[in-house]
Design a protein. Structure first.
Length: 417
């Protein structure tokens, strides 16, 4: 029975969510709009089966089509990133990272990662995450000195220094709020000097790497983890990749039976669809446009007086510091005003943050979802104008209403598929 007749209550909630997405501009840097094909695969009969184990080595009968789809997902993913081995079973980016940590470390082991406040992720050693409770993160940071031209860029001297002092067995790179290109080759040179494993978590930039708009982590990194739902535009999920056969075996064991049960085979089918989409030439065009749109957003907003972390962007996101425009405006209030006009974004700490992570002085904005809807640079300039109007509104109802009208006009021009 169709959802609409069997459960009209849930059907209506989903319908309202579709309308919300159509009527707002999604600028959370980690979000996107998956294709209808991806959603169709995810909403299929593939949800019905237990397929614990791996293709050809399942614990249950009746898995021939699951083997087929998982092998296809692995093959496409390896082709996409030019690597030899992949595990497509992690339920999320956090689960992928946990499995890698479970495979590589003993409790208490050290690993190098960026300071969380400099753009890292909870799974990279935060005190409230298992990675920080059971392991020992030693941290590097971004260039802090604003008189330097590379202010806000990765500070490779601090990476070298932390390796020299602590000799951790792993270096993690890859971030959640870093607007610049990551030089995997340079990281590898440092890793080799200290005989360390180089691990890139490309959760945010995977789609840019796949589409050729960012340096590929292979062949430089020993381990690569990612989400599949951010710039890669697939279903919500995680992946692990490597060129090393021994490591791949350890990761497979760490995913199942190490930390997960039955794989989400409907999601794996949808991952295969998304990887297929990312292999097409259109995806190259998409990822290049994501970056062009973010660069335009950066130049428009810095032209209007906002201070941007690292003074701009090379990828899909920017981090704006509101203080030069309005010293009293917190990131929390800014995100609230933006939501009122129909622009969805999140507050974020900024370099030299003076407020708590619950208030912040900044907002993070990304272009992956808007680019999927078809916005080009000139449309992004209009969006930047609306953002500026909103942030300078002092919360005045008439100004917010006018900004809201302008958002609605943009939304109407770019229907969601
Ligand atoms: C989003 C993100 C993750 C976690 O992904 P989930 O699917 O939310 O668990 C891990 N690492 C980085 C760098 C991320 O940005």
């Amino acid at each position: 029975m169709k959802l609409e007749s069997s459960d009209p209550v849930v059907a209506q909630i989903i319908a309202k969510e579709r309308v919300r997405q159509q009527n707002t501009l999604e600028m959370i840097a980690s979000e996107n709009h998956a294709s209808e094909a991806v959603m169709e695969a995810q909403g299929s009969v593939m949800t019905n089966k237990y397929a614990e184990g791996y293709p050809g080595r399942r614990y249950y009968s009746g898995c021939e089509h699951y083997d087929e789809v998982e092998n296809l997902a692995i093959k496409r993913l390896c082709e996409l990133f030019g690597c030899k081995y992949a595990n497509v079973q992690p339920h999320s980016g956090a689960n992928a990272n946990f499995a890698v940590q479970f495979a590589l470390f003993n409790p208490g082991d050290k690993f190098a990662a960026i300071e969380l406040s400099n753009g890292g992720h909870l799974t990279h050693g935060s005190a409230v995450n298992v990675s920080g409770k059971w392991l020992t993160p030693v941290t590097y940071r971004l260039v802090q000195d604003e008189s330097r031209s590379d202010w806000g860029y990765l500070d490779f001297d601090s990476v070298e220094a932390v390796m020299k002092e602590h000799r951790p067995k792993v270096i993690m790179c890859g971030y959640s709020a870093y607007p610049r290109e990551i030089d995997f080759k340079k990281f590898r040179e440092i890793a080799d000097r200290y005989n360390a494993i180089l691990w890139a978590d490309i959760a945010h930039i995977a789609g840019l790497c796949a589409g050729g708009a960012h340096m590929n982590p292979f062949p430089h990194c020993h381990v690569v983890t990612s989400t599949t739902h951010k710039t890669l535009r697939g279903p919500r999920g995680g992946i692990i990749m490597t060129d090393d056969e021994e490591l791949s075996k350890a990761f497979n064991k760490a995913v199942f039976p190490g930390s997960q049960g039955g794989p989400l085979m409907h999601v794996i089918a949808a991952k295969a669809v998304a990887f297929g989409e990312a292999l097409r030439p259109e995806f190259k065009t998409y990822s290049a446009q994501v970056v062009r749109n973010a660069k335009r957003l950066a130049s428009e907003l810095s032209g209007k007086g906002y201070k941007l972390a690292s003074r701009g962007t090379d990828n899909h996101l920017i981090l704006i510091d509101l203080r030069p425009v309005d010293a009293d405006l917190t990131g929390k209030t800014a995100a609230l005003w933006l939501e009122q006009v129909g622009i969805i974004a999140n507050m974020n700490t900024v370099p030299n943050e003076s407020r708590s992570p619950m208030q912040t002085s900044g907002v993070r904005l990304g272009t992956p979802a808007l680019t999927t809807r078809g916005l080009l640079e000139s449309d992004i300039a209009e969006v930047a104008g609306i953002i500026d109007m909103t942030l300078r509104s002092k919360g005045e109802a008439t100004k917010l209403a006018e900004a809201g009208q302008r958002v609605r006009a943009v939304c109407e021009r770019f229907p969601m598929h």
